[in-house]
Design a protein around this ligand. Structure first.
Ligand code: SF4
Length: 395
């Protein structure tokens, strides 16, 4: 499989979005945040290009202005005030950065450097390729190499974020694939936060990089499993509000159905079921039996029509698919015994095993998957929230 960090990130955020963008190759309309981020990145790239002299700050800002106008051609803003504020924010970031980082002070090895890092899956012997684009690579005076990624986000995360950052580890692998002689050199990994004029610096050992490869393999196997089952659940998060895809996503599409289409009999039954379902739940007065019947109507309707969420006047329900990996516990025992973790699940059950799984070394996760994994178990339920949502609330 050929995969980039951004595709992996999309998969972790929401498998449905991953399928739509990465596998089906659909393009999402650009957001204003993306327009700002891209034009600032392009201007920073320009700042470090010498022809024959490095550009002045005015030239960098002019370059940014042109790119900004191109990038926002199809982007919607709340009003002109918001558009102007975002544009000025870009100028501020670039001016501050330019003054603090004169281009002639750096030895730059690469700008917007594309990489491809192949690695072999020991399970299948298949070669996977990690791909990506590194914002900048510098050579420092003490013979250290620095991989830099610019961030235009408003929030500056904690140091821990850089230390565990998958993107930086993948970029480290990418730089080594391109320049294998860096293998013995000191490499530092830097996140440069342009809104704050701050950096977070970290590094990875060769063991860390091996662990990264194993982590990616676990993710690739999970993606392959989803491809095999053609199973792409929509996973809602605050990020849903950031992109306009929600009109065609099963988590939200029910809200955007045309109001003038006649309500079919199934939908009437489902809507009635939803009203009753929410009423009963909130009043704590329902019999379990009727709840199960209503759930069956709702889940049946949503499954047949392809909706992950159903909205009514009293609230909405979300079809929640919970997958549980079923292991052969005896075989899992020997894998966990080997690293002294068996005690933690002595009264072994699947829930406990699932709970400690993410904290295990990926080598052990792979071993469990290879030797003890039996099947996936999917259970369905409805999650309810008493809140009326209108499409306008989402825009
Ligand atoms: S709107 Fe949310 S749930 Fe739907 S595809 Fe996008 S991220 Fe996933």
């Amino acid at each position: 499989m050929r995969i980039s960090y951004s595709s992996l990130e999309q998969f972790l955020r929401c498998p449905y979005l991953f399928k739509y963008i990465v596998l089906d190759k659909n393009k999402l309309p650009k957001t204003k945040e993306a327009a700002l981020g891209t034009s600032v990145h392009e201007a920073l790239n320009f700042q470090f290009k010498k022809s024959p002299l490095f550009p002045t700050l005015d030239e960098v800002i002019n370059f940014y202005n042109k790119r900004w106008e191109e990038r926002i051609a199809k982007v919607e803003f709340k009003d002109d005030y918001e558009k102007d504020a975002m544009h000025q924010n870009g100028i501020l970031m670039l001016s501050r950065f330019y003054k603090k980082n004169p281009a002639w002070n750096f030895t730059i090895l690469g700008l917007e450097m594309r990489f491809e890092a192949p690695f072999i899956d020991p399970e299948t012997n298949e070669t996977h390729t990690l791909s990506g684009i590194i914002d900048r690579i510098d050579k420092l005076d003490d013979n250290t190499y620095e991989i830099i990624d610019y961030k235009t986000a408003r929030r500056m995360p904690a140091q821990d974020h850089a230390d565990k950052n998958l993107q930086l580890a993948i970029y480290h692998l990418g730089a080594l694939a391109r320049w294998p002689h860096l293998r013995d050199k000191k490499i530092r990994l830097t996140l440069q936060f342009l809104q704050h004029g701050e950096t977070l610096v970290t590094s990875r050992t060769s063991e860390d990089l091996e662990e990264t490869k194993r982590r990616i393999l676990v993710m690739i196997h999970t993606i392959e499993e989803h491809i095999k089952n053609n199973d792409w659940p929509a996973k809602s998060s605050p990020l849903c509000a950031m992109h306009p895809y929600n009109k065609i996503c099963p988590m939200w599409s029910y809200l955007y159905q045309k109001k003038d289409i006649s309500v079919d009999i199934d939908e009437k039954a489902a809507k009635d079921a939803l009203s009753e379902y929410i009423g009963i739940k909130s009043a704590h007065a329902a019999s379990n039996e009727r709840m199960m019947e209503l759930q069956a109507i709702l889940l049946g309707f949503m499954k047949n029509k392809g909706f992950s969420r159903l909205f009514g006047n009293e609230g909405y329900v979300t079809r929640n698919l919970r997958e549980q990996d079923i292991y052969d516990v005896e075989k899992a025992k020997s894998a966990l015994d080997a690293i002294g973790k068996w005690e933690e699940i002595l009264t072994a059950d699947h829930k406990k095993l699932e709970k400690i799984l993410p904290s295990l070394p990926s080598q052990t996760q792979i071993r469990l998957h290879e030797e003890a994994f039996l099947r996936k178990k999917t259970t369905e339920s409805l999650l309810m929230r008493r809140k009326k949502i209108d499409p306008e609330d989402l825009e």
